[in-house]
Design a protein around this ligand. Structure first.
Ligand code: FEO
Ligand code: CA
Ligand code: CA
Ligand code: CA
Length: 599
């Protein structure tokens, strides 16, 4: 049995797969935009003006392409919302934009200011599950983080030669963060935000010392050319983005960044103990003995799943102690073994004869404080070149590990593996059982003894995504005539009852992306239903269900993103409608009668 025997509380009527340019929610629910690209964040921000945008205005306004969302209640009716701004779509932001080579310098500066993150204060609307921006008064917490925000590097790799540059001979100070995708929060009320595809912001890869090229290539940096296609050319504004002049600047990106939303003057901290890769998320939980554990994905094809276990224990209320926990501990990478014969895993996705894709696994230690477990690599090298270290210890190459979350009810850990169209039949394994995996799957990890610090675990795949009519999909054995199609799981969350919520990015089933809910325990395990359908061209990020269960926040990222779309010919006019340009935005949905989300 996989937990309780009862029926789930989820009773909403699924929305059908959508193609409309709007947000659709189930009958009985409503939704509203909370904050859009360009909305004022700082009290002195000017109103958004698409045709007269400036970098100075953008640095005070909500950034582009909202992704991770965190919600910090301040009483019942006030809250802080943290939002990542992952990247910019210049061809939708600027009329006539061709590329970074020909862009106006002001356009490049606007893009730099549109990256990063935002803290905004929210208030509840009446007694409903709807929330809106606080637009009057002091707004003392509101803050913008950009490519220019001063940050610190801490942990075992801080100060190492690999992190030193001409501008920072200490290897401990860096400006800005790049491509922050998903994230997490800590028990002491801070945000962890994950630098993902930071490799795309640098030029001059052909001009770095030969010995650095292998590592750069392993991280997806083009070392064959000086200016890769599509580069935003931040180097035209600041030469630190030119690797041929500053080869170590790139090593200062690719970290988990901790930010205190309650202290607008605090310096964000890049925590080197958590390793450096295409960080997607950092979900924290406590081990049985109180040590802090952070689960993390490396979102690229054939990359790995990691976890960090702190050396010391979390002590409730001891803030100064707790805020050092992420600087010392052990970084592990996951290896998965299947329990079915290899010949039954043929890459088709057909279930093996024992009826499940499942098996056991182990967490392989890479580095602990200053001690490396990887032959030939120092601790600092393991932390800065974590992918190379994981390659050496036989970790399992996964189908793009995106978000990771721990279920608050059953304690299991869930990973969204979004897709991997490159995997061949010969490369199929029980944890990644489909070749040309276009639709992705969900992985469930049960740590031994339910202890997040365990080094061994059991695992299974409760969901193998796609059209339920496709025989090589799996919805935990639930009746497939009753489930919604789903493709490309990206971000995941749990409601207070432990139901899994999944948002998608890149739906390959000819419909828009959306938000889905699926019980993972009891008789309804696998009964997946679509809750929300997004506008044209958008992926759905977040999601976040508030602790009272009455509101769900999603970030609608890159509406209108499609080949050839421009401000004069957008594929989407959401959310403003009419002839308006699309604007990425955070949306809240709630039940009109105040019931819990999913009712
Ligand atoms: Fe930015 Fe892995 O999605
Ligand atoms: Ca099996
Ligand atoms: Ca993502
Ligand atoms: Ca994604």
């Amino acid at each position: 049995s996989k937990g309780g025997r009862g029926r789930s509380r989820l009773t909403f009527t699924a929305v059908p797969p959508g193609t409309d340019d709007r947000v659709t929610v189930p009958e009985g629910y409503d939704s509203a935009v909370v904050v859009r690209w360009g909305d004022p964040v700082l009290p002195d921000a000017p109103a958004f003006d698409f045709d007269n945008q400036t970098a100075e205005a953008q640095a005070k306004q909500f950034g582009y392409n909202c992704d991770f969302v965190a919600f910090f209640p301040m009483g019942a009716d006030r809250a802080l919302l943290w939002v990542n701004h992952e990247y910019t779509d210049e061809s939708l932001m600027f009329r006539g934009y061709v590329d970074g080579d020909s862009a106006d310098e002001e356009q490049i500066r606007i893009a730099m200011a549109a990256h990063g993150g935002s803290v905004v204060e929210l208030e509840r609307v009446g007694r409903s599950g709807r929330w809106k921006l606080v637009t009057r008064g002091r707004r003392r917490y509101n803050r913008r983080i950009t490519v220019h925000t001063r940050m610190r590097l801490t942990g075992p790799a801080a100060g190492s030669d690999l992190l030193k540059t001409a501008d920072d001979p200490t290897g401990t100070r860096v400006y800005g963060m790049l491509n922050n995708c998903a994230g997490g929060t800590t028990p002491w009320g801070t945000v962890l935000t994950a630098e993902e595809n930071w490799n795309q912001y640098f030029v001059g890869g052909d001009g770095v010392p030969e010995k650095q090229k292998e590592a750069l290539a392993r991280y997806g940096v083009d070392t064959s050319t000086s200016v890769p296609d599509g580069n935003r050319r931040f180097d035209r504004i600041e030469e630190r983005f030119d690797l041929s002049r500053h080869p170590n600047e790139i090593n200062r990106f690719g970290w988990i960044v901790e930010i205190d939303p309650f202290d607008p003057d605090s310096t964000p901290i890049k925590r080197t103990a958590l390793g450096r890769f295409a960080h997607e998320a950092a979900t924290t939980t406590l081990a049985k003995d109180g040590r802090l554990v952070a689960y993390m994905g490396d979102d690229s094809r054939y990359e790995y799943i990691y976890k960090f276990v702190s050396k010391d224990r979390y002590i409730p209320g001891h803030d100064r102690h707790n805020r050092r926990l992420l600087d010392e501990g052990t970084l592990y990478v996951a290896r998965f073994s299947g329990n079915s014969p290899k010949k039954e895993i043929d890459g088709s996705g057909k279930l093996p004869s024992d009826g499940e894709f499942d098996g056991t696994g182990e967490w392989i230690p890479l580095v602990s404080g200053d001690r490396s477990f990887v032959p030939g690599m120092s601790a600092a090298e393991v932390l800065v070149y974590t992918r190379l270290a994981a390659d050496k210890v036989g970790a399992t190459k996964m189908d793009r590990p995106e978000d990771v979350e721990r279920n608050p009810v059953n304690g299991r850990v869930y990973v969204a593996l979004t897709n991997n169209s490159n995997r061949t039949p010969a490369e199929a394994d029980e944890a990644n059982p489909r070749a040309n995996n276009r639709h992705g799957h969900i992985l469930e990890i049960a740590e031994r003894r339910g202890d997040a610090a365990a080094t061994r675990f059991d695992w299974s795949l409760p969901l193998v995504c796609g059209d339920p009519k496709d025989p090589n999909t799996y919805f935990a054995g639930f009746d497939k005539s009753k489930v919604s199609p789903i493709s490309c799981p990206d971000n995941i969350a749990f409601d207070p009852e432990g139901n899994l919520w999944i948002s998608t990015d890149g739906n390959a089933l000819s419909a828009n992306d959306g938000l889905f809910a699926m019980p993972v325990s009891g008789r309804d395990r696998g009964h997946l239903r679509q809750f929300l359908s997004a506008p044209v061209g958008a992926e759905v990020c977040g999601p976040l269900i508030t602790e009272d269960g009455r509101s769900v926040f999603v970030a609608i990222q890159h509406p209108g993103e499609s080949d050839g779309a421009t401000p004069d010919n957008p594929a989407s006019h959401w959310p403003d409608g009419g002839k308006a340009q699309p604007r990425p935005a955070v949306v809240v949905a709630w039940h009109k009668h105040g019931k819990k989300i999913g009712s």
